[in-house]
Design a binder for this molecule. Sequence first.
Ligand code: 5GP
Length: 206
Amino acid sequence: MMPEKTYTKKGMLIVLSGPSGTGKDTILKKIVSKDQALNLSVSATTRHPREGETNGKDYHFMDEKTFLNMAKDGNFLEYVKYCGNYYGTPLSAIDGLLDKEEDVILEIEIDGGCQVKKRCPESVSIFVVPPSIDVLKQRILNRGISNVNNMEDRLKTAEKELKFAHKYDYIVVNDDLEKCVSNILSIINSERMKSSRVKCITNEVF
Ligand code: 5GP
């Protein structure tokens, strides 16, 4: 699906968040593959690469000193410390694209999502939720977390994160992957047609 890019005034910044176990990664991959006008921002992190992850593609992996220097120099749109590691959205990853009227999507955790909304009120924030706590529990179990304490920790964190859902512009329930992806794509397309973003014949008249 290729949206009518020529009508957008400036690139749109989209933030996707949700508790772990909501299937964000899968959703994101599907969205980006179906909407070729979307650019995925590559975050910086101090966590170690997991097996199969590539530097520059999955993350810009760096040590803490480099990360904190970048933060001190104001090179991040937002950054957080999450589970002992730093994560941040480098301005260099998004600025050029937005200036070229390209749309950029960030998949970030909730604190970062709230920072982006404060800094860029015109950004579009989408929160993905599981259909119920029972389903979330089942999904976390399916990920192979056999340790009950670990599962309880994850559930507690998820419940805490769910309280932030109403700070986001949209809440999308992931009860069916295809439906969830299609709903998110509809939101993105509708946002592209907002009168505040559209630049076309109307600008010639007024
Ligand atoms: P993971 O270590 O599993 O790749 O990511 C852990 C969490 O960090 C996920 O919730 C992910 O969305 C979030 N995350 C990834 N990149 C960023 C970022 O640039 N900023 C923020 N605030 N969170 C991020």
